[in-house]
Design a protein around this ligand. Structure first.
Ligand code: NAP
Length: 222
C-alpha cells in the first residue's frame, strides 16, 4: 500500500502545519486539518483547492491512519496523554524540535543534551503506534521555499524504526508523504538517529549541515 491508500491528518495550523498543508495540497493530496481553533484551521484550508477538510482534533485522531502532529513538544505530550490507546495502530509523524527561546533571541534545548524528542515521544505512545521523525529539519521558511525545487528536489531526512508491517511500513508511508509534499526523502536510520534531525543535530538546518541538500549530497553525510 502507498500513502494514497491512507487517511492523513495534520494537527496544528501554525508555521509548520500551514506549510505542510500548502505542500500536501500542491501535491494533490487530500488530508484532514485540525487545530484548537477551527477558524484558524479554516483560514489555512482556504485556497488549498478543496484538498484540506477541517475537522476537530478528536475527529482527526478517529479517522486518520497517519497523523502529522505539527505542535510543540509539550502539546505533543498532552495529545499523546489525552488520546492514549486511540493512537494505537497509527503512524505518528513528529517534526518537533525540543527548544524554547533562550531570552537572548536564540533557542535553548529543553530536554537533556543527549536526548531527542523523537525517542521521548515514541516511548510515550501506546503499543502499536509507530512514530516517524520527519518534516522538522528545516525552518518553516526554508521548508516552504524548498518545496518542489527544480531541477533536483530538496532532501528531507527522516528516521523510523523498522516495524513488522511488510507492505505498510511506517517508514515507507512517510517517505511517500515526503515525496508527495515535494521533497526527496532520505532515511537516516532508526529513531536512535532522531537527535541528528533535531535542532543542534548535524543534519538539521541549524546544525553542522546548515543548508538544504540534494540526494547525492545527503547520501555523503548520513
Ligand atoms: N517553526 C519552524 O520553523 C519549525 C521548524 C521545524 C520544526 N518545527 C517544529 O514544529 C512544531 C510546530 O512548530 P510551529 O512553528 O508550527 O508552531 P506554531 O506556529 O506555534 O504552531 C503550533 C500549533 O499547534 C497548535 N496547538 C497547540 N496545542 C495544541 C493542541 N493541544 N491540540 C491541537 N493543536 C494545538 C497551535 O494552536 P493555537 O494557535 O491554538 O495555539 C498552533 O496551531 C514544533 O514542535 C516545532 O519545534 C518548527
Amino acid at each position: 500500500m502507498t500513502i494514497s491508500d491512507h487517511t492523513v491528518a495534520i494537527i496544528g495550523t501554525g508555521n509548520i502545519g500551514s506549510t505542510l498543508a500548502a505542500d500536501f495540497a500542491a501535491g494533490g493530496r487530500d488530508f484532514l486539518l485540525a487545530g484548537r481553533n477551527a477558524e484558524a484551521a479554516r483560514e489555512v484550508a482556504a485556497g488549498r483547492d478543496g484538498h484540506a477538510e477541517v475537522v476537530s482534533v478528536d475527529e482527526a485522531v478517529e479517522r486518520a491512519d497517519v497523523l502529522v502532529l505539527a505542535v510543540w513538544l509539550d502539546a505533543f505530550e498532552q495529545i499523546i496523554a489525552q488520546y492514549g490507546e486511540r493512537l494505537a495502530g497509527k503512524v505518528i509523524v513528529d517534526p518537533s524540535n525540543p527548544v524554547a527561546p533562550d531570552g537572548n533571541g536564540g533557542f535553548k534545548k529543553i530536554i537533556g543534551e543527549q536526548e531527542s524528542s523523537g525517542q521521548i515521544l515514541a516511548g510515550r505512545l501506546p503499543a502499536g503506534a509507530r512514530l516517524v521523525k520527519a518534516f522538522g529539519t528545516l525552518s518553516a521558511g526554508t521548508l516552504s521555499a524548498s518545496a518542489r525545487r527544480e531541477p533536483e528536489r530538496a532532501v528531507l531526512f527522516y528516521a523510523a524504526d523498522d516495524d513488522a508491517a511488510d507492505d505498510d511500513a511506517a517508514a515507507d508511508l512517510v517517505a511517500d508523504l515526503i515525496r508527495t509534499a515535494g521533497y526527496e526523502p532520505v532515511r537516516v536510520g532508526g529513531l536512535d538517529q532522531s537527535i541528528r534531525l533535531e535542532v543542534f543535530g548535524d543534519l538539521h538546518e541549524y546544525g553542522a549541515l546548515g543548508r538544504v541538500v540534494t540526494k547525492s549530497e545527503a547520501l555523503k553525510v548520513i
